[in-house]
Write a protein that binds this ligand. Structure first.
Ligand code: NPQ
Ligand code: MG
Length: 367
């Protein structure tokens, strides 16, 4: 395929409720959409970088800048490009995985649409629906948290993830476990808010039978996670630390995790995400699909990825209305606690023109 032009579109979606994590509080989701146009048709990708560099070193303005100056020009300068050729073409630019992922996803979407193949089929998935989990933010009080969890469970969510931080950990986890019982699939995510010295505190979570404890320590602290994994009975899961199939293999070899959260944006795209799935499967390490408050575009790709066989734990792939009153695509809805995996060509969804126009704050083209 020859890429004719690439549009970079900034959008802003209000969140239905503030989302607080150890990284900060979000009231709206600014996002960056990448649209590639080829002779065979178009394709879409969503960049998951946040407004601030709080989750990772990437942030939206930076992603847009590197796409415009360094990444898109490399694709435009190539006579013919396939999705599998994108990462090698962009490898001379170090890092910027979220920006690269958005561009590769748009090319993959265009390619699969032209071939009439869905993302799920293209990635090798068989499942037609995936169980849906929900990430529950830090609240002002335990009663407020219990109300929120109760509402999500009533909607059918199959797994609850509690965001934790120092001062909001053992007490809310205990409260949710006691209120909703031992059968509830429950896990916690610290977004790197603890240090090695907190091991005794984190060990107190062991009594609550969590599925996993996600990213307690700094993203670069693999040995700290390995030490913690030896000390806790709760399985350690890595999110921020795993940026490639190689870093996943290293983390596993070091004993730094027994579960991996896979986010296509964090690792440079769906093709690398599948490699991580494969590396983990070969090591007997279960994976699940994380979430970055994606619009329906990113949600569609994530649902397809999560349909691969080693995604054995429910992901943070919630219904659209968990975050947005109006999604930019046809909304994803919960059916019996599951989301359907789109089976149309490419991502199987596309932005609704009216909604897209209403939430767009800027568009620019790179030719
Ligand atoms: C996680 N996501 O697993 C992330 C963290 C996260 C659903 O818990 C703006 C954009 C703010 C993306 C805050 C969930 C965000 C963000 C937190 C992602 O660690
Ligand atoms: Mg996480």
């Amino acid at each position: 395929m020859k890429i004719e032009r690439v549009s970079l579109r900034r959008i802003r979606l209000p969140l239905v409720a503030p989302f607080r994590t150890s990284l900060g509080v979000e009231h709206e989701r600014p996002a960056l959409l990448v649209q590639v146009t080829t002779a065979e048709g178009e394709g879409w990708g969503e960049c998951v970088a946040g407004a601030d560099a709080s989750y990772s070193s990437e942030y939206l303005e930076g992603a847009e800048d590197v796409l415009r100056r360094h990444l898109v020009p490399r694709l435009l300068a190539t006579d013919s490009v396939s999705a599998h050729a994108v990462a090698p073409l962009l490898a001379a630019v170090k890092g910027h995985r979220m920006a690269k992922a958005a561009l590769e996803t748009a090319v993959l979407d265009a390619e699969l649409r032209a071939l009439g193949i869905s993302f799920a089929t293209g990635l090798g998935a068989l499942a037609t629906r995936v169980p849906s989990g929900v990430s529950v933010g830090i609240m002002d009080s335990v009663p407020e948290l219990l109300d929120a969890v109760e509402t999500y469970l009533a909607q059918g969510y199959r797994r609850i993830k509690l965001k934790i931080e120092p001062g909001w950990d053992v007490v809310p986890v205990r409260a949710v476990r006691e209120r909703f019982g031992d059968d509830l699939l429950l896990q916690a995510d610290a977004n790197a808010a603890y240090s090695r010295a907190d091991a005794p505190l984190l060990a107190r979570l062991d009594e609550f039978g969590l599925l996993l404890l996600e990213q307690p320590l700094d993203e670069e602290d693999l040995l700290g996670h390995a030490a913690l994994a030896r000390r806790l009975t709760t399985p350690i899961c890595l999110d921020e630390s795993v940026v490639s199939a190689r870093s996943a293999a290293d983390a596993i070899a070091l004993g730094a995790c027994h579960v991996v959260n896979v986010k296509p944006g964090r690792v440079g795209g769906y093709l690398e995400a599948r490699r991580i799935h494969d590396v983990c499967a070969a090591s007997g390490i279960p994976v699940w699909c994380g979430g970055m408050l994606e619009t329906g575009l990113g949600r569609a790709g994530n649902a397809a990825l999560a349909a691969l066989p080693n995604f054995t734990l429910p992901g943070d792939i919630s219904a659209s209305d968990r975050y947005y009153a109006t999604d930019i695509t046809e909304p994803f809805v919960l059916k019996d606690g599951h989301l359907e995996v789109p089976d149309g060509p490419g991502l199987g969804v596309a932005p609704l023109p009216d909604v897209l126009a209403a939430v767009t704050t800027a568009v620019s083209e790179v030719r």
